[in-house]
Design a protein around this ligand. Structure first.
Ligand code: PHE
Length: 662
């Protein structure tokens, strides 16, 4: 199924065509006119190909991500339609039907099967007339086909709502009587080109000016141009050399005398022999007639160097072919495309005398304006708050990064310091030091990613023997231990960390001599699970510990309640649960609307964890889900959305939230 157009602007009628194509066919081929083609067809698009294609893609991505489609830049009116045998049908509007039939003629002539032409009716605007790009540009209707009037047309408030820069641009355009480029407007208005560009952009979005892009191809001299002007064309140098040596020379001698590289020499010999200037046989070159090889090329180069650039469309056919030949010589000339905006008044732009509004007009009042009474003589610009403006998508942080930043801010403001660490860890820190027995189900391959690499480090010897004894018989922790034979090799297996609690134990060991420690971390963890809407293989945890002689469960609940309340979750409750490394253990739940959602685990580290690390004080610990938090906060149903990087979704994530659930 195929469909094509310029899509400028992309309106409801276009969407209907695309929807029809997707509902009628399995695969959809979409052709978008290039800027060049659109101009040739008299369209003068307001936006570049890139901008148009982007908007289209965004729609396709938001609605047809799971479907097969391809987008093609059309440099001719038919594109793949004229050559792709797999296209079976074309969806057209009454406007483009003719093009479809023409495409079929081309296909017939190439022996391709004709495509079925499926004609859709025009989609109508509110007033019963078709939605068309022209009507939208004129400001009669918006892209949805709604009738615009008065202020909505942007021209409603007329002169009063215009910014001073806009007024000056309009006045310059009215004074010129024809289209102007940016420099022309700048000269006529006394504004800087930058101010002109800004004002033109505003006026364009209000439909008061039209912008057409003129693309000119110009030749500019390259580094080799000057050399040719000084020394002559290599062909002429070659002919002169031949002449002064009696009309004949061997190729190696020629090369030596001319000091030309092999490539240039063979290119020049090729041109000369094709042009009948020389004959070459058995490695010897003989002159057949004299130069100059091309006076026209030299004249052209001279003009080019003098003028700095030559527009290609002003050249005669013989000049054009000489230029073409020159452009094939490396470094002699370069052909560039120069884009120039041609701005003209749209019909209906407000009549504005160049002198309009002699009182000084301001957009903002300063305290001095008020205290000095100057405001009495100032004219305040009226702001048109309903005029349609283009949607803008400035760069921004990814949602996850944004939340990580927020979490950091909260813990930092609660007096915590951040720790980080490697994604690869030895099982010793990830499991054993956390009193997780070596046959614990969480260690099974289906939960943990084991890495086939050498151990990344050795456990500290004293901690290792204490951990081994604790697992086997409880060591001096008062526990009976797990009662199995602890295997030091198992503890050296490398894993992708399964929780950030690994960072907490490591930090506890590193800070064992400090009496009070408050640390947190935010980082990725990995679990070998089947991915679905609620489970990811890679996700983030918010981890923390408090070591202090007076730490207790009540404080732990206090820290966690405080953390969630700073994020806007006021109702938090705790429920008993089990972890091998904490006692007591709790899970924390927050209320979102009418339901309670489990957000993470916590507890007080068992002596089996702390004593082998050399820590005597009680340690509070927690590990909370980050993605869960973002999902409930943003009302996302599917965790995968967070990592799909769909631009259309990312752009719509609100930048500010009210942080209230009550
Ligand atoms: N590590 C536990 C998890 O991944 C959370 C936790 C951290 C529990 C610290 C208790 C103490 O779910």
């Amino acid at each position: 199924m195929a469909i094509g157009g310029t899509f400028d602007p992309f309106h409801r009628g276009h969407r209907a065509l695309i929807d029809a194509a997707f509902s009628l066919g399995d695969e959809v081929v979409i052709g978008v006119s290039s800027d060049e083609l659109a101009r040739r067809m008299g369209k003068a698009p307001d936006r570049t190909f890139g901008e148009r294609a982007c908007e289209l893609l965004e729609y396709l991505e938001s609605k047809y991500r799971d479907r097969v489609y391809s987008l093609h830049k059309l440099d001719d009116p038919f594109g793949p339609l004229a050559s792709d045998p797999s296209i079976e049908a074309l969806v057209v509007s009454p406007e483009t039907e003719g093009r479809g039939r023409a495409a079929n003629e081309v296909r017939r002539s190439r022996g391709l099967r004709e495509v079925d032409i499926i004609r859709m009716d025009f989609v109508l605007a509110e007033d019963g007339e078709p939605i068309s790009s022209t009507r939208i540009r004129r400001g009669e209707i918006d892209k949805e086909g709604r009738i615009l009037e008065g202020a909505e047309r942007g021209m409603g408030l007329g002169v009063d709502s215009l910014h001073p820069l806009e007024r000056r641009v309009l006045a310059a355009l009215r004074g010129s009587g024809g289209p102007l480029d940016v420099d022309g407007i700048a000269a006529a208005s006394g504004l800087s080109p930058d101010q002109v560009r800004r004002a033109v952009e505003w006026l364009r979005s209000k439909g008061m000016v039209r912008v057409e892009w003129e693309v000119r191809r110009v030749a500019v001299p390259g580094p080799g141009a000057r050399r040719i002007l000084e020394e002559g064309l290599p062909e002429d140098r070659l002919l002169r050399e031949l002449e002064s040596s009696g009309g004949e020379l061997g190729i190696p001698e020629l090369a030596g005398r001319l000091r030309m590289d092999a490539q240039e020499l063979s290119a020049s010999l090729g041109r000369l022999s094709r042009g009948g200037y020389v004959s070459i046989s058995r490695g010897r070159v003989r002159a057949l007639r004299g130069g100059p090889y091309s006076q026209l090329s030299l004249d052209l180069l001279r003009r080019l160097v003098d003028a700095g650039e030559l527009p290609l469309d002003g050249l005669s056919p013989s000049e054009a072919s000489a230029l073409d030949e020159l452009s094939r010589r490396p470094g002699v000339i370069e052909v560039r495309e120069v884009r120039r905006a041609r701005v003209s008044l749209a019909e209906g732009a407000p009549a504005l005398q160049p002198a309009a509004g002699s009182a000084e007009e301001v957009t903002q009042l300063t305290p001095e304006d008020i205290s000095t009474g100057r405001w009495r003589s100032l004219r305040l610009s009226r702001l048109d708050v309903v005029s349609p403006v283009p949607e803008m998508h400035p760069g921004r942080r990814h949602v996850i990064a944004e939340y990580v930043r927020r979490v950091r801010e909260i813990f930092a403001s609660m007096g915590f310091q951040e720790v980080s660490g490697g994604l690869l860890q030895i099982s010793f820190w990830n499991f054993d030091a956390l009193y997780t027995p070596q046959d614990h189900p969480a260690r099974e391959l289906q939960d943990t990613f084991y890495m086939d690499v050498e151990p990344t480090e050795e456990p500290p010897a004293d901690v290792e023997s204490a951990v081994a004894a604790t697992h086997e018989n409880g060591w001096r922790t008062g526990s009976t231990g797990w009662g199995y034979e602890w295997d030091p090799r198992e503890a050296r297996r490398v894993v992708l960390r399964t929780h950030t609690t690994v960072l907490s134990v490591r930090a506890l060991h590193a800070t064992r001599d400090l009496p009070v420690v408050k640390l947190f971390s935010v980082g990725e963890v990995f679990r070998n699970e089947k991915v679905d809407s609620r489970h990811l293989v890679e996700f983030h945890q918010i981890e923390g510990i408090v070591k202090s002689p007076d730490a207790n469960l009540r404080r732990l609940m206090g820290y966690i309640s405080e953390f969630y309340s700073r994020l806007g979750f006021r109702d938090v409750k705790f429920w008993p649960t089990y972890f091998p490394y904490t006692e007591p253990s709790l899970q924390v739940m927050v209320r979102v609307g009418g339901s309670w959602l489990e957000m993470g685990g916590m507890g007080i580290f068992r002596p089996e964890v702390t004593l082998p690390l050399g820590v005597e004080e009680p340690v509070l610990a927690w590990g909370l889900g980050l993605e869960r938090l973002i999902m409930v906060d943003m009302g996302i149903e599917d965790a995968r959305e967070l990592y799909a990087n769909r631009l259309s979704w990312l752009r719509r994530v609100p930048a500010c939230r009210s942080w209230t659930w009550t």
